[in-house]
Design a binder for this molecule. Structure first.
Ligand code: ZN
Length: 534
């Protein structure tokens, strides 16, 4: 069976059968009803979204003798003989790119239509035209004869000259929604008596990435043996992974089932599954999970930030191999993090509750004057991912006590070296690569993150990062991360204090930290070029 068969057979010939483009169809029907037809249209959008199909139905409606509610009647002589109508001229610019082809096409544009009211020119993939061909087309569009209508279709509207675009009424076709593809496929499967599982149907719709033509090509390919179409069949035929497999993969991470995780990953590798589509799907499923966590709260180990980080990390990986993630996913994650609904983690077992009781107990002991316990509390509070503002203030203060530019230069080199160390935990690596040391003393470092959302995450992992610094490059620092705005404020305050000769004193975070400050100037601390003072 030729894979184009289903696509041709089920190509809509009425407006009603064109799916997912409601706004465009309504507007076009209204223009027929109101007899307000433009001389030039441009239909842009991804492949398989119905541009050429819509152009053909519209061309039919334009010439129909008795349009019904803006749609072609299907009964008049023009509708019935649409395919043979010499006034409908279709050209594929991909194979007729040159000026001569376009001239041939538009030379007779001034002739009146043979039969109907309008001569309709449909130019597919119009962005493929050469510069000379565009110029020839432009001349015609500038002064179109009253009986001509141009419908230009393109998947790359950005490659169409603005001079052309400005003369066209533009319609942007959207990717067809997964649900709409499923409904359409189901209808066709019923008519064609193709046996298919429900999740296989969804999988095909998903794989088609919003293009009906691709969905039908896949259906053709999968149904050629007459077997029932299942997820397994899709996976073996298309060399892809199903959403179910991705769900399993993430569940293994969620449940820390490392054996099964590695087995599955190995299996995918052996099956030759396309790496890019695998990553894209992990991003898709992670995004769904992150959204669910925001909406319904979290009862599992991985939280919103974890899934968001998975997405950001994998997007980064994709961009390194020149594949772009749907920007909306990134936008969604960037904005969703500002919602703070129901985000508490519900403890799954009593152990967690027990931990909490222990902590409460510790903090009670702490209030009864034990310095050693104080130290525990500080570390505890970092570990418990809830560092207080006071703790941050202490670290900033202590860093400023003997901050010096030479320490900063040293620290920058060290952190650069650290960024390159191969053993870094993925999360730490992501944070550190996004961070800059802005002030350093002999014992303290203050970092800012380019992406301010990483700051909270980083401050939750201070102990881990400090230990990792020691392990990887053998340096010991106490560190803290600040958002850029906060850092600007702290810097201004520091400069002000220096000018007024106010001194920073160590605030005890641990014992033996009483070191006297030396008097220093502003340029001894920052890169002079980056200090914004008058
Ligand atoms: Zn008709």
């Amino acid at each position: 069976m030729n894979y184009k068969v289903l696509y041709r057979k089920y190509r809509p010939d009425t407006f009603e059968n064109i799916i997912s483009q409601d706004y465009i169809i309504t507007t076009l029907k209204n223009s027929i009803k109101n007899n307000a037809i433009s001389h030039a249209y441009i239909f842009s959008g991804p492949r398989g979204t119905g541009k050429t199909t819509t152009a053909k139905v519209f061309a039919k409606a334009i010439n129909c003798l008795n349009p019904e509610n803006g749609s072609p009647c299907g009964k008049c002589k023009f509708c019935l003989n649409f395919k043979e109508n010499p006034d409908i001229i279709e050209i594929d610019a991909a194979s007729n790119r040159g000026v001569n082809e376009i001239r041939l096409l538009i030379d007779n544009v001034k002739l009146t239509p043979t039969n109907g009211k309008y001569r309709v020119y449909i130019i597919d993939e119009v962005h493929m035209l050469t510069k000379e061909a565009f110029n020839a087309l432009l001349l015609t569009l500038e002064e179109p004869p009253s009986h001509s209508v141009f419908i230009l279709a393109t998947t790359n509207v950005e490659n169409v000259p603005i001079t052309i675009l400005s003369r066209c009424q533009r319609f942007d076709f959207q990717k067809i929604k997964v649900n709409d593809i499923v409904t359409a496929l189901l209808k066709i499967c019923n008519e064609e008596k193709i046996l298919i599982d429900e999740d296989a149907l969804t999988e095909i719709a998903y794989l088609a990435e919003g293009g009906m033509r691709d969905a039908l090509s896949l259906l053709d390919q999968l149904s050629k043996n007459g077997e029932k179409i299942t997820l397994e069949l899709i996976e073996s035929e298309i060399k892809t992974v199903s959403l179910k497999t991705i769900t399993d993969l993430l569940d293994y991470i969620e449940n820390e089932n490392v054996d099964k995780f590695l087995d599955l990953l190995n299996e995918l590798k052996n099956r030759g599954v396309d790496y890019k589509s695998l990553i894209k799907k992990i991003i898709e499923v992670s995004s769904k999970r992150a959204c669910t966590i925001k909406k319904n709260g979290n009862i599992k180990r991985l939280n919103f930030d974890d899934y968001r980080n998975i997405i950001l990390q994998l997007s980064d990986t994709l961009s390194k191999i020149n594949v772009n993630v749907d920007s909306y996913t990134i936008l969604e994650m960037d904005l969703l993090q500002y919602f703070n609904l129901n985000n508490t983690i519900v403890p799954e077992n009593n152990q967690n509750n027990q931990d909490k009781t222990d902590n409460n107990l510790k903090s009670k002991i702490n209030t009864s004057n034990s310095k050693k316990q104080d130290e525990n509390l500080v570390n505890e509070s970092i570990n418990k991912q809830d560092i207080t503002d006071n703790f941050v203030n202490i670290r900033i203060n202590n860093c400023f006590v003997d901050a010096q530019k030479m320490y900063l230069e040293k620290a920058k080199k060290e952190i650069d070296k650290y960024k390159d160390s191969i053993n870094l935990d993925g999360k730490i690596k992501a944070i550190i690569q996004d961070s800059n040391v802005v002030v350093a003393s002999s014992k303290y470092l203050i970092f800012t993150c380019n992406n301010s959302h990483n700051v909270d995450l980083a401050n939750k992992m201070l102990n881990d990062i400090e230990n990792s610094l020691k392990d990887e490059i053998n340096v010991e620092y106490k560190i803290v991360f600040l958002k850029n705005e906060r850092w600007q404020q702290e810097k201004e305050q520091y400069i002000k204090n220096l000018k007024e000769n106010k001194k920073y004193e160590y605030i005890e975070e641990e014992k033996n930290d009483k070191i006297k400050e030396e008097k220093i100037s502003i340029n001894d601390v920052f890169d002079a070029s980056k200090v914004e003072i008058v």
